[in-house]
Design a protein around this ligand. Sequence first.
Ligand code: BTN
Length: 245
Amino acid sequence: MTLRLPPAFVLHRRACVGSTNDEAKSLAEGGAGEGALVWADQQTGGRGRRGRSWASPPGNLYCSLILTPDVPLMRAAELGFVAALAIADLASWAAPQADIRLKWPNDVLADGAKISGILLEPAPPGGIVLGMGINIASAPSGTPYPAAALSAWNNDLTAQAALERLMARLWDLYGLWRSQGFLPIRDLWLSNAKGIGEALEVRLEDRTLTGIFTGLDEQGALILDGTTRILAGDVFFPGADQSEK
Ligand code: BTN
């Protein structure tokens, strides 16, 4: 199996791991640098945002990439938008008939259902691990937001083909971010976002806010009603069909 990846990449192929993010962090501790990529067929302890688990049966894509951009750690969250754009490109290529949109902060929706997740974590001594899970063959049920798998639109897509497309686009967008900063990434993200100018519900740890989604600030925070700045939360679209596919 020859895998076509950008030249800087070093693939660490695994059948089964706890979490590809943890595997990538161990590699970073052992000296692995930018471009080290862990790809596993399944995870027994896949992790999601906000302490959730990420169901990881065989057939989907689970990967984690070490990046070492020379920026303060607080800018790492911008990479979630870079990765979401790369996943949206993959989804548009694999499922051209689906409506592919971005949901803050880092979700990709196909016809309104979540098809992927992104988990960014520090990778000591000086890197960041960008973990991505993409539902290719199956989607979990009972999730906070309805989920779907790309097989609903394209039954021929393999995890390998998805990984190749994803990494090629990710590397291009990462280059754009490194050379020109977050603003062009923000513009691209906003032009593919769901719900701009519409009412949103944002579930925070301790309360729920509603308001009109007016944009993102220069750090990627969600702006409601032109002034309310939100750094972490789960977005829902009141009135949209959010039943499971
Ligand atoms: C989310 O909650 O939406 C983020 C999910 C991130 C899942 C991916 S799968 C590969 C990598 N390894 C993990 O344990 N999590 C990420």
